[in-house]
Design a protein. Sequence first.
Length: 158
Amino acid sequence: MSTPFGQVDPVAATRIRAAARQLADIHRGLREDLAQVRAAAQAYADGDRAEPLPLPKRLADHCVAFCEALHAHHTGEDSLAFPYLDATVPELRPVLSRLRQEHIVVADQLRTMREWLDIGHADPDEVLRRIDRLTADLDEHFRYEEEQLVPAIRALDA
């Protein structure tokens, strides 16, 4: 690796190390949030039509909260962590490039999900399929990110 954290901005280095330690926990929380979205969508698909709206408010609320949390997480990575790692660990540039591309794909999926909410998308099976696709994509993204970034950042701290 190129530059030990001790030779760079100590505040930025401390933030990156802390984020690396918390990354798996942050991802676990996002997975749990998405599981709640999935459970609400499944209840709707199974006929839980207690609410008269095409998509129940509970499902819409879960989706919006999840979309906002994930967007904030990826925005922080793209605007703070990744540029710092680009500058200090050039060996990670291909990894960071892939993660940035995956952020774009996920952002498109979230945008589509929010559009369904705006128009009251009523096909519960399609909603489930799209949530399952998002879940699979995020599981792969989170796994790759944790496998690639956490060890690299820990190695810099050694």
